[in-house]
Design a protein around this ligand. Structure first.
Ligand SMILES: Cc1cc2nc3c(=O)[nH]c(=O)nc-3n(C[C@H](O)[C@H](O)[C@H](O)COP(=O)(O)OP(=O)(O)OC[C@H]3O[C@@H](n4cnc5c(N)ncnc54)[C@H](O)[C@@H]3O)c2cc1C
Length: 450
């Protein structure tokens, strides 16, 4: 096993080849921010557990973000349990490497019982109600299991990708690092969600000719009336709004994020300004016909709708300021700096435009096929209530809008982990102390790392 156990203080022997010492009251799968948050709460309650992480703490941030990546959310929203952001720039935006460092420091701060380099390959329920986990380090079992494996397991790639000519270099947004990694020539970025827009900006600033196929993602201003829009929305209680009180209810989970950036201390992403500076904007990519790309005639609508959302957020802030009598500087509303010409072509010839690379900013898909427990809906999405599934002892943590906007982010996972810890403790009465599993083996009740 190549588990790197620099942060763990495991007093049991999870590497043992037999089942002895491999049963835990709780196993947490995934050592990202969600898994670590869960571990912090379990540890605070003295609940023996084990965290199994396929790679290393911070893996997603370390390996799947571009070089100039920085948070879109302000640093003050980084609020992991026992680990609030304590740096000197609460209204700034940590870069990729700072985020990785911050997560590594978090793990070091409380020494979770963590095994890195261990992938869970299947999870099933045993007849007597405990759970069996097959892993790359052998089998484990647990009374309760928290699945904190994130939601971004694979690329969401439209089959159109298959039809691009072989000579075109194609990557997913999570594989993008910098402009230099791409062959010379123009770059087509597909998708105007957060990643697509930020990568388009990165390439644009690097002097590359960029084509951007837009979609229906909304945008928000970074600052308004003297403050970060996130700060205003926090005062408005948006980040505490539970999913069942959101106007879209659970439908909000499928909505694209607003595009904006934390780069350079934070600023708007104004695609119209990029267009005025030479970026080629298009509507949604519809077809690939040989060397010819065909786009929908919806660029104007996409830009208008994104602006309308940004302006509606400002209206909400204006109302809040007026209602509370807050002294905030006035600020002029946005006026478009570019509008698509009526005769904007909806086709582009790859050769004529010298497009040599395509970056798919079309998002991710989750893959839970290795979980052999009946807790999914017809689309393969976990069915849960605040992370608690219908199968006793199986929980999810870190899902987007699991409970609030921040559930799948640094700002809200602490609340969800605390809630799940309460649920887990509530169910432990039946199991502990000194519970024996079906093999007659006493559960590992060593207070790990405490
Ligand atoms: C491009 C992008 C930008 C983002 N920007 C922000 C932002 O600005 N602010 C913010 O708050 N959030 C942001 N997020 C959202 C969020 O913070 C991240 O997605 C975060 O990584 C989620 O943490 P997690 O612990 O739930 O999942 P992950 O970080 O994905 O961690 C899951 C861990 O589980 C491990 N794992 C997976 N499967 C197994 C298995 N079978 N066995 C063992 N281990 C396994 C993985 O190796 C991984 O380390 C962004 C996300 C993306 C994709």
């Amino acid at each position: 096993m190549n588990a790197i156990q620099h942060t763990h203080t495991l007093q049991a022997t999870p590497q043992a080849p037999t089942n002895k010492g491999r049963h835990f009251p709780v196993i947490v799968i995934g050592g990202g921010q969600a898994g670590l948050s869960m571990s912090w709460h379990l540890k605070a309650r003295g609940i023996p557990h084990l965290v199994l992480e396929k790679h290393r703490v911070g893996h997603e941030w370390r390996t799947r973000r571009w070089d100039t990546f920085c948070l879109v959310t302000p640093n003050w929203q980084c609020q992991l349990p026992g680990w609030p952001y304590r740096g000197s720039d609460p209204h700034g935006f940590m870069g990729r490497d700072e985020i990785v460092q911050w997560l590594e420091d978090y793990a070091r701060s409380f020494q979770p019982p963590l095994m890195e380099g261990v992938s869970v390959t299947s999870l099933r329920r045993r007849s007597h109600g405990t759970f069996e986990l097959d892993t790359t380090a052998g089998a484990f079992s647990a009374d309760q299991v928290v699945i904190a494996t994130g939601g971004y397991h694979g690329f969401q790639l439209p089959r159109l990708a298959d039809r691009l000519p072989l000579g075109v270099h194609q990557i997913h947004s999570s594989e993008y690092r910098n402009a230099e990694q791409l062959p010379a020539g123009a770059v087509l970025v597909i998708g105007s969600g957060q990643s697509g827009c930020q990568i388009a900006e990165d390439l644009h600033l690097a002097g590359r000719q960029v084509h951007l196929a837009t979609g229906s993602a909304p945008r928000t201003a970074r600052f308004y009336r003297g403050r970060d829009v996130v700060d205003w929305l926090a005062d408005l209680g948006y980040y505490d709004l539970p999913v069942h009180e959101h106007p879209l209810k659970e439908g909000v989970r499928a909505k694209a994020n607003h595009y904006v950036t934390g780069r350079g201390g934070g600023r708007d992403i104004d695609l119209r300004r990029f267009a005025a500076e030479g970026m080629a904007l298009h509507g949604r990519l519809l077809e690939v016909e040989g060397m010819r790309l065909r786009f929908a005639d919806d660029l104007k609508a996409n830009l208008d709708n994104a602006d309308a959302v940004a302006e509606s957020i400002k209206t909400t802030i204006d109302k809040h300021i007026a209602a509370k009598g807050i002294a905030a500087p006035e600020e002029a509303r946005y006026t478009p700096v570019w509008v698509p010409p009526a005769d904007l072509p909806t086709t582009v010839d790859l050769n004529a435009a010298n497009i040599t690379s395509v970056i798919w900013g079309t998002g991710f898909r989750s893959d839970y096929r290795w979980l052999e427990v009946p807790v999914f809906d017809g689309r393969g999405y976990p069915r849960h209530e605040r992370g608690v599934t219908s199968m006793v002892g199986i929980y999810f943590l870190g899902l987007p809008w699991q409970y609030t906007w921040g559930s799948g982010r640094f700002s809200g996972v602490a609340r969800d982990a605390e809630y799940l810890a309460g649920q887990i403790v509530g169910r432990m009465g039946a199991w502990m102390p000194g519970h024996h599993d079906a093999t007659g083996e006493r559960v590992n009740a060593v207070a790990l790392g405490s």
